[in-house]
Design a binder for this molecule. Structure first.
Ligand SMILES: *Cc1c(COP(=O)(O)O)cnc(C)c1O
Length: 393
């Protein structure tokens, strides 16, 4: 099978050729340490500032509010743990949701073991946070609200502006994990009252191992890595100059192509959703029908085991996911699918397909035709399906 149809862009994306090209000289030619005094190296400082500026502009932020990290997980850890520590004397209560990425959930659990209290908000059947629940969860000692911009599994986009307003009215810090949303939907940190925002290079056609945390000026946050004076003394370590150039170039590209790219992706994705729901019986779409990321489709097939579906798709050169990459391999159903109310057996039969701009309707035809065949094959071997058919008669 020579054909490869990559439909796992929520796990990671291809680094765009123009991004690789922009990065290369910073490995081979301009390899100096930006902290050195001679101009050969010091010019890299300027380059880093330029990238910060590109990113700040994309968010409506200020250049000095962008802090480079080693990716989305680090940004999430930093945002939660270091604000918890900095504001711990004001209160020890944090609000987040049940559908966050594990970088948030496990950081929250870490804090719980250290005397903080965390409220994990429920979501509705589409994966949307209920604003009344959020308001009800706020206490005098609440110091931080962290709600992801868009979910990595089901693609649901949250009412971030409304959440930001609620946080702002109560004088509570608001962090959002925008790793999936940034580059796919326009984001303005002021309009949404966002105080901190996490993003990652490799989710938007940039390199792996680089990300940033936006930190609004005035937010007290502890240093996450101690050492040198890099990143305004908040995150030590020699800068990943090629990575920084990579993420800056990727973000510039993502902003420039956003409108056209997401329009195309939405169209192809809707075609995928339509064909799957119409042609494969006992199937549901997970997530919100319209408030979802342009590239995300997530289905549950009754009487199917997600892993065997993935293996058979792989044999046809199709890359998909049964949940988030981090939990693949474990037998627990996805916490996100359980949070939207799916029973275990339905959650187990789930498939996430996330597109990129190169995927065409012809690719989707091949994928749906393959899916139909595989689903029918697996069901035909399922005793549960057999029982179900008998009862139907
Ligand atoms: C991928 C992802 C992360 C982690 O980002 P890394 O750069 O891989 O560490 C965090 N949050 C969400 C929503 C993600 O999709």
């Amino acid at each position: 099978m020579s054909k490869l149809i990559y439909l796992d862009n929520a796990a990671t994306t291809k680094t765009a050729p123009e991004v690789v090209e922009a990065m290369l000289p910073y490995f081979t030619e301009y390899y100096g340490n930006p902290s050195s005094v001679y101009s050969f190296a010091a010019q890299n400082k300027e380059v880093i500032t330029q990238q910060r500026e590109i990113i700040a502009n994309a968010l409506g932020a200020k250049t000095e509010e962008i802090y480079f990290t080693a990716g989305g997980s680090e940004s999430d850890n930093w945002a939660l743990k270091a604000t918890a520590e900095a504001y711990g004397n004001k209160g020890k209560h944090i609000i987040t949701t049940k559908i966050e990425h594990h970088a948030i959930l496990h950081s929250a659990e870490y804090l719980e073991k250290r005397g903080y209290e965390v409220t994990y908000l429920d979501v509705d059947e589409y994966g949307v946070v209920k604003l009344d629940d959020l308001k009800a969860a706020i206490r005098p000692d609440t110091i931080l609200i962290s709600v992801m911009f868009a979910n990595n599994e089901i693609g649901t986009i949250q009412p971030i502006k409304e959440i930001g307003e609620i946080a702002h009215e109560h004088g509570i810090l608001f962090h959002t994990d925008a790793v999936q949303a940034f580059g796919q939907v326009p984001i303005n940190v002021d309009e949404c009252h966002i105080d901190m925002l996490s993003a990652s290079g490799h989710k938007l056609n940039g390199p792996k191992g680089i990300g940033f945390l936006y930190i609004r000026k005035g937010v007290k946050i502890r240093s996450f890595v101690h050492g040198g004076a890099q990143e305004r003394k908040r995150r030590a370590g020699t800068e990943n100059v090629p990575g920084i150039v990579g993420i800056g170039t990727a973000i510039e590209r993502a902003v420039r192509t956003m409108q056209e790219r997401t329009k195309k992706e939405t169209e192809v994705r809707d075609y995928l959703i339509k064909r799957v729901l119409e042609e494969i019986p006992y199937t549901r779409l997970n997530g919100h029908p319209t408030k979802r990321l342009p590239n995300n489709a997530n289905f549950s097939f009754q009487f199917i085991e997600g892993e065997s579906l993935l293996i058979r798709l792989d044999m046809k050169g199709i890359c998909g996911s049964s949940g988030s990459a981090c939990t693949s391999g474990s037998l627990d159903p996805s916490h996100v699918l359980l949070a939207i109310g799916l029973p275990h057996e339905i959650a187990h039969g789930s498939l996430r397909l996330t597109l990129n701009e190169e995927i065409t309707k012809e690719d989707i035809d091949y994928v749906v035709d393959s899916l139909k065949e595989i689903v029918a094959y697996i069901r035909q071997m399922s005793p549960l399906y057999e029982d179900f058919l008998k009862k139907q008669k």
